[in-house]
Design a protein around this ligand. Structure first.
Ligand code: SAH
Ligand code: SF4
Ligand code: F3S
Length: 476
């Protein structure tokens, strides 16, 4: 796309987000001109790989593009395609390159198409090199620290006519008040902190997301109030280790204080959070969850391994016994707490005995559900150089047994609720069937006959049947 608008960049604001809004204005005119010329809307396709942090970033990126004038489409045959990438495991990377290759073929038919790559994978130098060498048709590459600059980078690409690469090593600031295009009506994520300082030895996140930085509590509460105004009923507070929230703020604010303030926002019905680190869970937080009806009784508590020996090698700072004791303490203070987890199989040096320790903890902790992963070697992390990498067949065999144990424990936990009456948030209504889908505090879903007018409210439902990982129920 050629440009028809000459602007004087020197006159642009240097403060953020004002500078970006100035670029958005200029781009809006450029896109509108092109729309008139083509006689149709310009479309965008934003696709997210990875975790809730990336989902949240994508909502901001889609928000910027939508203000510029792009209209969302499900199809990759769009005028602009943006992949927000993840690199936590190798298979995430492989998937992205497969899809980028396909985009390259689409671009041959539509040379004006713009292809943008951002996110965690782009924070790795070797990946950027690969894009530069092998995927010349990619228009813009940026990282996790400068997503707020999307409009500026797009302007640069359209006026300079060549590949734009802008990846920063660290975040220089937290930019507030960007536009956002949310994926769901009733629920939204809210970042409370960025980055991670834990350096678990298998994990690449601290390298691609940078050091831990907390957002100001005033900004977090303000964003929550705005979301409620827009119809949101449930927020999830997002951070890699939410329990270390506020340590770098002046004055310090604890996570328990923050979640209490967020829950106090009028009109908000539910608050969740993700992820606490088992080493840092405070009793203050547990008492706040128990006391506060708006905070869901659901704690996602990543175990990773049940073997004290492996946990030490992972740099997790807790033992098998401490983890089990923590789950007991959680249930003492929050009796109906649902605990879910993440588990890694095949960390270097993991023996059959270590694996059995993991199975023990699953049975003792009675997880409501678990995300299970086969260890993936990440370049530059300490575990990548550890001896005794576990052969694939061994990990695959352990994974099968792990899934069996996780499945039966989870089902036994879920079945316990059958017959009970519980509050659910009505999220989706299907006109054809007359069924509502609601979410329990434990994050499981329940389907029940209802009417559309209940969407967005919390109702009491009797769980009549448990179908493994969801329930059937009836309104009471
Ligand atoms: N900060 C969160 C989640 C980070 S990533 C936490 O500490 O729990 C989400 C999950 O991916 C992790 O909990 C872990 O189970 C998994 N994971 C991270 N690195 C991995 C690797 N190299 N191989 C396999 N799984 C990994
Ligand atoms: Fe990765 Fe550990 Fe940080 Fe979680 S706490 S993001 S697993 S380094
Ligand atoms: Fe992936 Fe980045 Fe999240 S590596 S898991 S998208 S923080």
């Amino acid at each position: 796309m050629e440009t028809s608008l000459e602007i004087d960049l020197a006159s642009f604001p240097s403060s953020e987000p004002e500078r970006q809004y100035a670029f958005i204005d200029v781009l809006r005119e450029m896109i509108s001109e092109k729309r008139n010329r083509l006689g149709r809307d310009l479309t965008m396709h934003v696709e997210t790989f990875g975790c809730q942090m990336n989902e949240k970033d994508s909502e901001k990126l889609a928000g910027i593009l939508s203000q510029i004038g792009y209209v969302q489409t499900d199809s990759e045959e769009a005028d602009l395609v943006l992949y927000n990438t993840c690199t936590v495991r190798e298979n995430a990377n492989t998937r992205v390159y497969g899809r980028v290759g396909y985009l390259g073929r689409l671009k041959k038919q539509n040379p004006d198409m713009l292809i943008l790559l951002c996110g965690c994978m782009m924070q790795e130098e070797e990946e950027v090199e690969k894009v530069k060498k092998t995927y010349r048709f990619v228009d813009i590459v940026f990282g996790t620290h400068n997503i707020y600059m999307l409009a500026e980078l797009l302007y640069k690409r359209l006026t300079q006519g060549k590949q734009v690469i802008d990846v920063r090593k660290e975040a220089d600031r937290i930019v507030e008040d960007l536009p956002s295009l949310r994926k769901y009506g009733f629920k939204a994520g809210v970042n409370i902190m960025y980055g991670c300082n834990n350096f678990c030895t298998y994990c690449i996140v601290p390298y691609v997301r940078g050091r831990e930085r907390s957002r100001n509590p005033i900004d977090i509460v303000r964003e929550t109030k705005q979301l409620v105004k827009e119809g949101v009923r449930e927020v999830m507070l997002l951070g890699q280790n939410v329990n270390s929230y506020g340590k770098t703020l002046e004055p310090q604010v604890s996570f328990a204080e923050l979640i209490r303030d967020v829950a106090a926002v009028p009109g908000l019905l539910r608050v969740r959070f993700m992820t606490p680190h088992p080493k840092d869970i405070s009793e203050d937080l547990l008492y706040e969850i128990a006391r506060n009806p708006k905070i869901c009784n659901h704690i996602h508590l990543p175990l990773q391994s049940g073997s004290t020996r492996i946990l030490k090698k992972m740099n997790r700072h807790y033992t098998k016994e401490q983890f089990i004791d923590l789950t007991k303490r959680i249930r003492e203070i929050v009796p109906d707490a649902a605990i879910t987890t993440d588990i890694i199989i095949g960390f270097p040096g993991e023996t059959e005995e270590d694996f059995n320790d993991t199975l023990d903890v699953i049975k003792e902790a009675r997880f409501m559900s678990a995300f299970t992963f086969i260890y993936s070697k990440r370049h530059g992390t300490p575990a990548a150089d550890m001896p005794d990498q576990v052969p694939e067949e061994v990990s695959a065999d352990r994974m099968k047994r792990l899934l069996k144990t996780v499945g039966s424990t989870a089902e036994a936990e879920a079945v316990k609720l059958t017959g009970q009456t519980v509050p659910v948030l009505c999220e989706v209504y299907k006109e054809e069937t007359g069924f509502m889908t609601g979410r329990l505090e434990n994050n499981l879903l329940c389907h029940f006959p209802s009417e559309a007018s209940l969407l967005g409210s919390i109702v009491n439902v009797r769980l009549t049947e448990c179908a493994g990982f969801y329930y059937l129920g009836e309104l009471v």
